[in-house]
Write a protein of this length. Structure first.
Length: 478
């Protein structure tokens, strides 16, 4: 008689049909969030926060109505979600007038003295912006947590990964089509920035490139997984890559076509950071997802070589604008100035920061005249609202300790996904895709602010939740 301990554990997820409905709502949010300018407008960001809160409330109700605490006292992914939520709570506290004068920013005391009344002492220089940023961070934690619960079911994980590929592909096709045939419009409006670049429904081409790169690495994870299955056939290995794609079937050809379209969108965005992030994430996806019983190293080398050749060919065909921007040093010099000013501000308040989301107000305080003239080309400099480096901007706003907690929690999930993609015997493409997605945003955050775009942040959070859930074997206990 077979013991129950030898049987594989069932999928640990919320009970159907509620779980299916919740997954459908999560996918609907991910697919529609890029539509209103990538979710970057305040009203769209507020709707995103409310929708994420509703998803979290829905999961809580379903788990209480079902079998109680499924997964034990601490459900899957609770630790990283709580760490990010704690950082969001710290950001809220930065905006509240509850701090002693010695800790709060001195501008509040000076303003109160001018007004002749006590207006409270805050850390944040822009309390409203800090509250909005904290809400978005908490919403991303909720998306990660809900995704981690739902994607413990392997079918749900594959559905989410396929939905990310489909959504990113749709917006890439839309962006390329409007660029070629519809005067590069944003929905029904004329584009007011980046007229010569593909940016789809995003205002900023770099944010679109990062979003498309998330779709590209997800596509490659699925495609390489399929090719790895075909590689196990000795006859297929003799046919090289095209034979592998043919053996992978129609599904593999569709994924290959999707990867070409997504890469085309990234190249036509002319985003240097987006291209670098896509290249780094693609390499990680290939290295983690290319698995075989024999000659895994040869398979990885072959796929990396084919990817490099394909990128070179597409750069020659349609990457002139991107190549031109790579050799153009103007934007690089501006980012160096941003980084210098941010480092100066961080050194002035390394522990408590100036308030999450208060970059514009903080930057203006530390920008000297020489740097302002260098940025504006001797013209009046109105304002700089983004730091083009999420790491430095995070430390500037949150303070170094809270920023390290935030980045550390993300890194811990990424490490878990890498380990899961290496150790799992099946479905290793799911944690591999999540690790590649983290690589994309990690590289892109060095030169831009795409993680501050709700569509990019939510997609990455959902992929991380999926990867975190699928990085553990179903044989492991909760």
């Amino acid at each position: 008689m077979t013991s129950t301990s030898s049987l594989p554990s069932p999928d640990r997820t919320v009970p159907p049909p509620g779980g299916r409905i919740l997954l459908a709502l999560l996918l609907l949010l991910l697919l529609t969030l890029p539509l209103p300018f990538g979710g970057a407008r305040p009203w769209a960001a507020n709707l995103f926060v409310m929708a994420a809160g509703a998803l979290l409330a829905g999961w809580t109700l379903l788990s209480l109505r079902g079998s109680g605490r499924e997964g034990g006292l601490w459900p899957h992914g609770t630790g990283p979600a709580l760490a990010v939520a704690a950082v969001a709570l710290w950001a809220v506290l930065q905006a509240l007038p509850v701090w002693p004068e010695a800790i709060a920013h001195p501008l509040w005391a000076e303003t109160g003295a001018i007004l002749g009344r006590d207006i409270g002492h805050r850390i944040s220089l822009a309390p409203d912006a800090t509250i909005r940023s904290a809400g978005m961070l908490a919403a991303c934690a909720a998306i990660f947590f809900v995704s981690a619960q739902l994607c413990r079911n392997r079918r749900n994980a594959h559905r989410l990964l396929a939905a990310v590929v489909a959504g990113c592909l749709f917006y890439a096709v839309y962006g390329i089509a409007t660029y070629l045939f519809l005067d590069n419009r944003i929905l029904w409006m004329e584009r007011w920035a980046y007229h010569d670049d593909v940016a789809s429904t995003f205002v900023n081409r770099n944010s679109f490139a990062c979003f498309a790169a998330l779709g590209l690495v997800s596509t490659l994870a699925l495609l390489v997984g399929k090719l790895s299955e075909a590689w196990t056939d000795p006859d297929t290995r003799r046919l090289a890559l095209l034979g592998m794609v043919e053996r992978a079937g129609t599904y593999g050809l569709i994924l290959l076509a999707a990867a070409v379209v997504l890469l085309s969108g990234i190249l036509m965005s002319h985003s240097r950071g987006g291209l670098a992030a896509a290249a780094a994430g693609s390499a990680v996806a290939i290295l983690l997802c290319a698995r075989a019983r024999r000659r895994t190293g040869l398979l990885r080398a072959l796929l990396l070589l084919c990817g490099l050749v394909g990128l070179t060919v597409m750069l020659q065909i349609g990457g002139e604008g991107t190549i031109f921007r790579i050799v153009n040093e103007g934007a690089v010099q501006a980012r160096e100035i941003y980084n210098t000013v941010m480092l100066r501000a961080i050194a002035s308040s390394p522990l408590v920061g100036y308030g999450m989301g208060a970059f514009e107000q903080t930057f203006s305080l530390f920008l000297d005249r020489q740097a302002a003239l260098a940025l504006s080309g001797n013209a009046p400099l109105l304002s700089v609202d983004r730091g083009h480096n999420d790491y430095l901007e995070g430390m500037l706003g949150l303070g170094i300790p809270a920023a390290l907690v935030l980045w550390g929690s993300i890194a811990a999930v990424a490490i878990r996904c890498v380990r899961g993609s290496v150790t799992r015997r099946r479905d290793w493409a799911c944690p591999g895709a999540a690790a590649a997605a983290v690589t994309v945003v990690a590289v892109h955050s060095l030169v831009d602010f795409s993680l501050q775009m709700p569509a990019v942040a939510a997609t990455c959070a959902a992929l991380l939740g999926m990867g975190h859930a699928q990085s553990r074997s179903s044989r492991d206990p909760s």
